[in-house]
Write a protein that binds this ligand. Structure first.
Ligand code: NAD
Length: 349
């Protein structure tokens, strides 16, 4: 489902690399050029390329649906796939609003379909290595995280210009990756968030481009985070984000590349160590698609099931609310109130 901008990476790279485990039977996209391009890449015959996903689901006997359409269109597609009992692996975020994310949860819990979200940034080699360092006993107690995304974009170069005119999309589609990462790096839920989003007169975006958040995690760790789409200086773009983590045992910094610098202040001066993340061309999407397929084959669920990822959604939409109201938003209360409206969780959902 969905063969547009990022669907091209799915059809040219991610799915072909999983071809020993997945056979792509059909593709649906309302855009004929997009679905033809994906059909060619994946060897799907013309009669299995659909403009209507409902027709595709009716005519094709499949096990799983990969959803790569914009989050604004997600709810109806998940509903249609779930009503046919299809497992769903969908691109982040679950949905474009908190209410739709909960509605998808209601569908997942009612039908019991396997459902997971593509949080590929947790599966990057550089992040896995960073997390490995943080699991050393001396770094288990994390006091502070500083993190930034900063890219020198214009409205033309940011990718998918239309989405930069949709209010808050840069938070729930972009910052969402990093908000999920803070949960991953601390192993904790968010407690509260406050922040601000704004634009500058000289940017070409015409709306907010920059976000600044302060987050308290349930462990007491404080996170300061910036997302800047108009950084004319040092670049910390996608896959090169900055993380500096201050722990009981020193500071652990991942700065743009793949090297993690560990510094400990000692009476004799700074003791410096470095760990370099190994190159892994099967990390990210490849790894998470593999975990999802393992689950369908009877293995354990991946980390990004609905029940886990709804916590990232709670933080994300609390961040949106914080920037709109100027108030500190209680993420735990938002999550609890939302989950109270859903049927009970099923094992492994
Ligand atoms: N995980 C990542 O690193 C990553 C990177 C980029 C994008 N994404 C995610 O991928 C998803 C898609 O993003 P994109 O950049 O490809 O968007 P896009 O707009 O470029 O492509 C979306 C495609 O969906 C199709 N579509 C929309 N509504 C449809 C409907 N109702 N029925 C059938 N087809 C429909 C459009 O025609 C288009 O071809 C988003 O959720 C985005 O956040 C994830």
């Amino acid at each position: 489902m969905g063969a547009g901008g990022f669907g091209t990476a799915w059809s040219r790279t991610f799915l072909p690399e999983a071809r020993d485990r997945v056979r792509i039977l059909a593709i649906a996209d309302i855009d004929a050029t997009a679905r033809d391009r994906a059909g060619t890449a994946l060897g799907v015959p013309a009669e299995r390329l659909y403009a209507s996903y409902d027709r595709m689901f009716d005519e094709v006997d499949a096990d799983v649906c990969f959803i790569v359409i914009p989050p604004t269109a997600r709810l109806a597609v998940v509903q249609a796939a779930a009503s046919r009992g299809l497992a769903v692996l969908c691109e982040k975020p679950i949905a474009a609003t908190w209410d739709h994310a909960l509605e998808i949860g209601r569908i997942v819990r009612t039908t019991g379909i396997p459902f997971a979200v593509m949080q590929n940034y947790r599966e990057q080699s550089r992040i896995r290595t960073l997390k490995g360092v943080l699991q050393r006993p001396e770094h288990l107690s994390v006091n502070l995280i500083e993190s930034r995304f900063a890219a020198n974009y214009t409205i033309e170069t940011a990718g998918g210009a239309f989405r930069h005119h949709i209010p808050d999309a840069f938070i729930y589609e972009g910052a969402e990756h990093h908000l999920d990462q803070f949960r991953n790096l601390t192993g904790a839920a968010a407690d509260w968030v406050q922040g601000h989003q704004w634009g500058t007169p000289w940017s070409t975006f015409g709306g907010p481009t920059t976000l600044s958040l302060v987050i308290r995690m349930a462990t007491g760790t404080m996170v300061t985070y910036q997302m800047n789409h108009i950084e004319r200086g040092e670049q910390y773009g996608w896959h090169r984000e900055f993380y500096r983590i201050s722990t009981e045992g020193g500071s652990v910094t991942l700065d743009r590349g793949n090297a993690i610098r560990i510094v400990r202040d000692t009476p004799g001066g700074e003791a410096i160590d470095e760990v370099v993340a190994p190159h892994d061309d099967r990390d990210g999407h490849h790894a998470l698609i593999g975990r999802f397929l393992d689950w369908l084959d009877g293995g354990p669920p991946p980390f990004s099931t609905f029940d886990d990822n709804i916590e990232t959604m709670a933080l994300t939409f609390a961040a949106v609310e914080a920037t709109h109201t100027g108030r500190r938003i209680d993420v735990g209360a938002k999550l609890a109130a939302g989950l109270a409206t859903l049927p009970p969780a099923r094992t492994g959902s």
